[in-house]
Design a protein around this ligand. Structure first.
Ligand code: GDP
Length: 213
């Protein structure tokens, strides 16, 4: 499970426009500031791979990075400023994007998550250093209700020691408890830190196992 090569392939706005080569993919999803760009750069050991998805204007929604010419890491925009769940209707907007970049989260989720046959698993990034956030729980519950395979990737686990509030393990346990009714089994979970290097090998191995499953 080594990353030898990484190529940015394309940005797409809709599932329809995504690569059609049938290669398996993992979608990285999480709140803005959760550490998604850091994690992608950490996984591929490159400094600025995930920068592409941060440039306003240039950015589209779904960014495909081809790993070792055989599978994809898909960078999805961070949710956060406006992410309202009204039954199945989500409204989505970029942190610093103009009105025109707003989109209907509902059509995005239906279009991408529900129809992307090559999606092996969503990697839902969650900050382990803070207690469970409603927006993350909504997202995890939505994925569970729609039977979309999901792996919890806890970020910033180095911040778990000392400090105030609950320890990371408690936060992780609370997440599993709070989404329980929407999952038949607890989703797999992996602890990471781009500061200490925790979880990189484990996450790469996990993805390789899921691809070969
Ligand atoms: P994004 O908005 O989800 O792409 O988040 P970034 O990757 O830009 O990270 C947001 C902030 O969290 C930055 O200040 C990072 O330095 C910090 N950060 C990211 N990963 C870690 C981590 O593993 N540990 C700690 N302590 N901070 C992190």
């Amino acid at each position: 499970a080594k990353v030898k090569e990484v190529d940015f392939v394309k940005s797409s706005n809709r599932a329809k426009d995504c690569p059609k080569d049938g290669r398996p993919e993992f979608a990285m999803l999480g709140r803005s500031n959760v550490g998604k760009s850091s994690l992608i750069n950490f996984l591929v050991r490159k400094k600025d791979v995930a920068l592409t998805s941060k440039k306003p204007g240039k950015t589209q929604l779904i960014n495909h990075f081809l790993i070792n010419k055989s599978w994809y890491i898909v960078d999805l925009p961070g949710y956060g400023l406006a992410f309202f769940l009204i039954q199945l209707t989500y409204i989505y907007s970029f942190a610093n994007a103009p009105e025109s970049a707003r989109m209907d989260w509902s059509s995005f989720t239906k279009g991408y998550f529900l129809n992307r046959e090559t999606l092996v698993s969503v990697l839902l990034l969650v900050d382990a250093s803070v207690p469970p956030q409603k927006i993350d729980l909504d997202c995890a519950n939505w994925l569970g209700r729609n039977n979309i395979p999901m792996t919890f990737v806890f970020t910033k686990c180095d911040k778990m020691k000392g400090g105030k509030g609950k320890r990371p393990y408690e936060n992780i346990r609370d997440y599993q408890e709070l989404i329980r009714e929407n999952y038949r089994h607890h989703p797999p979970w992996i602890m990471t830190s781009t500061v200490t290097g925790l979880g990189r090998d484990e996450l790469l191995l996990h993805m390789s196992q899921l691809r070969n499953y």
